[in-house]
Write a protein that binds this ligand. Structure first.
Ligand code: ATR
Length: 280
């Protein structure tokens, strides 16, 4: 029996009670034999920096960051990955032995892994429609470009926000020889291979914010939410012949990327996703 205390991790958010990260990381640890403890930490809305300091002082080795604190991370991290610079937000902190804090954003890596590995849809050369231009969209655009998507259209109710995302990612897009465009949802072209909903439209009971002509039979229609929050979008996609997929796989895969950063071990994420889908 081991007597060494478990390495401590957590997810910080407000609210955070709904987070499935503790269960996912506990299962990863079990399957990889890693000795960790992963908790939820409810952080006061004006207390993120203090919460991070207190957790590090308690011996925490790293944490995930969720709503509404992801945008506060770059200001307090010692180093940020390119993904964090591009997204302006981070979801994973690594507390280094020298006291510095490394920030990364594994959301987009998780989305790409779920689309390509779990759903088996290649993004190489793909035509992608990204619906939304808030934090969720910003977090995945860089990894979509790195994954080889060749045409990415960002559609958002507030077009200026889509244009700002195009501007902040234009250097990467030209490096990847990809075309990046911003549109209002009403004036979209058709025929996308992958449509990604990065808005909270279903959650607020609103209609899907793009016309059905963006879908074609067999295209992948992906909602970054899961559970009831994704249902409106998934039903709409299915009615129009597309292949619907919710964001549960993205959740598991972004957790797997964080786990690998912390522990240097890649957990069997596809197995854990399968278990969660069976349990749902
Ligand atoms: P998140 O961090 O989850 O992305 P956010 O930054 O508030 O949250 O962004 C929410 C996104 O959902 C935005 O793209 C928003 O559109 P606007 O930029 O025009 O506000 C989009 N959104 C939210 N509710 C919507 C609705 N009812 N119809 C269309 N788009 C909606």
């Amino acid at each position: 029996m081991t007597t060494t205390p478990a390495d401590l991790y957590c997810v910080m958010g407000n609210p955070v009670a709904h987070s499935r990260s503790p269960a996912i990381h506990a299962r990863f640890a079990e399957l990889t034999g890693q000795h960790i403890r992963y908790e939820r930490r409810l952080i006061p809305l004006d207390g993120f920096a203090e919460g991070v300091r207190a957790f590090a002082a308690e011996g925490g080795r790293g944490c995930n960051v969720t709503v509404p604190f992801k945008f506060e991370v770059p200001a307090l991290a010692s180093q940020c990955s390119e993904r964090v610079h591009l997204a302006g937000a981070a979801n994973t902190l690594v507390f280094q032995p020298d006291g510095s804090i490394h920030a990364d954003n594994t959301d987009g890596l998780g989305l790409v892994a779920d689309i390509t590995r779990n759903a088996g849809v290649s993004l190489q050369g793909a035509r992608v429609l990204l619906v939304g231009a808030g934090g969720a969209a910003a977090g995945v655009l860089g990894p979509l470009l790195h994954a080889g998507a060749q045409h990415i259209t960002i559609a958002n109710r507030t077009v200026a926000k889509a244009q700002a995302l195009v501007a902040s990612h234009s250097a990467l897009a030209s490096l990847q020889k990809a075309e990046l465009k911003a549109f209002a949802p009403q004036v979209l072209e058709a025929n996308f291979d992958v449509i990604i909903n990065a808005t909270a439209s279903s959650l607020v009971g609103a209609d899907v914010p793009v016309p059905a002509c963006v879908l074609r039979p067999g295209s992948l229609a992906y909602d970054m939410m899961y559970g009831p929050a994704a249902q409106g979008f998934l039903d709409w996609a299915q009615r129009h012949g597309a292949v619907p997929r919710d964001g549960l796989g993205m959740l598991v895969e972004q957790a797997a990327e964080a786990f690998a950063l912390w522990r240097g071990v890649r957990p069997p994420s596809a197995q854990v996703l399968h278990e969660m889908q069976q349990a749902a």
